[in-house]
Design a protein around this ligand. Structure first.
Ligand SMILES: O=C(CO)[C@H](O)[C@H](O)COP(=O)(O)O
Length: 210
């Protein structure tokens, strides 16, 4: 099981500062959608250049032109790129085909998908590398999480790895780990803590046991 740090509410210097603090305890660093909106794909390049040992995920949440947008993120140094599960099959297919050309991976984010099980099975057949259940900030504000959705997709996904994101904290991590995702994505649960290093270290210890 791997741990991904999601960086959302920072600029490039702020992102570098946080990653430097926790780099020993994370497998993947996510350049979150708000950073890409504010800074562009330069943020992906800046973090890949500064931390070449880490896998870098560009959270572009692609909705159209999957092949082209994956190509641009790959050129900027992204190892993984996100595509929305609500997008058309052709968008996901294009993203996966483009990623395969350069050894990159596509994570399909099921945020706002209504038929989680059905879409997870379809996305799996389209060749996604990861399928992620995700309660975004707006759903978190309504008290929702994706723990049950994770169990649901695990019952249908055959080839992709599974991931979960959205409001995961140190105290809820054990419940997440019990459902055995391949990847746990944590943003505020690390970046919002005073001692980020200690929390990341403990999270890494917990996910490494599974
Ligand atoms: O993609 C995102 C929001 O759309 C976040 O990166 C993701 O939800 C993880 O952050 P947090 O743990 O703070 O919820």
């Amino acid at each position: 099981m791997k741990l991904q740090l999601a960086l959302d509410l920072v600029d490039i210097p702020g992102a570098k500062e946080v990653v430097a603090e926790v780099a020993d305890y994370i497998d993947i660093v996510e350049i979150g959608t708000p950073i890409v909106i504010n800074e562009g794909l330069h943020a992906v390049k800046a973090i890949k250049d500064a931390f070449p040992q880490l896998t870098v995920l560009a959270d572009l949440k692609i909705m159209d032109a999957g092949g082209y947008e994956v190509m641009k993120a790959s050129e900027a140094g992204a190892d993984m790129i996100t595509v929305l599960g609500v997008s058309d099959d052709s968008t996901i297919r294009g993203a996966v085909e483009e990623a395969r050309k350069s050894g990159k991976e596509v994570l399909v984010d099921l945020i706002n998908v209504k038929d989680i099980k059905g879409r997870a099975a379809e996305v799996d057949a389209l060749g996604a590398h990861y399928i992620c259940v995700h309660s975004g900030y707006d759903h978190q504000a309504e008290g929702k999480n994706s723990f049950e959705d994770l169990q649901a997709i695990k019952s249908v996904v055959k080839q992709a790895k599974t991931a979960i994101a959205g409001g995961i904290k140190l105290d809820t991590l054990p419940e997440v780990i019990e459902a055995k995702p391949d990847l746990v994505i944590v943003g505020g649960g690390i970046t919002g803590q005073v001692d980020k290093k200690a929390v990341a270290a403990e999270m890494k210890r917990l996910v490494s046991q599974s």
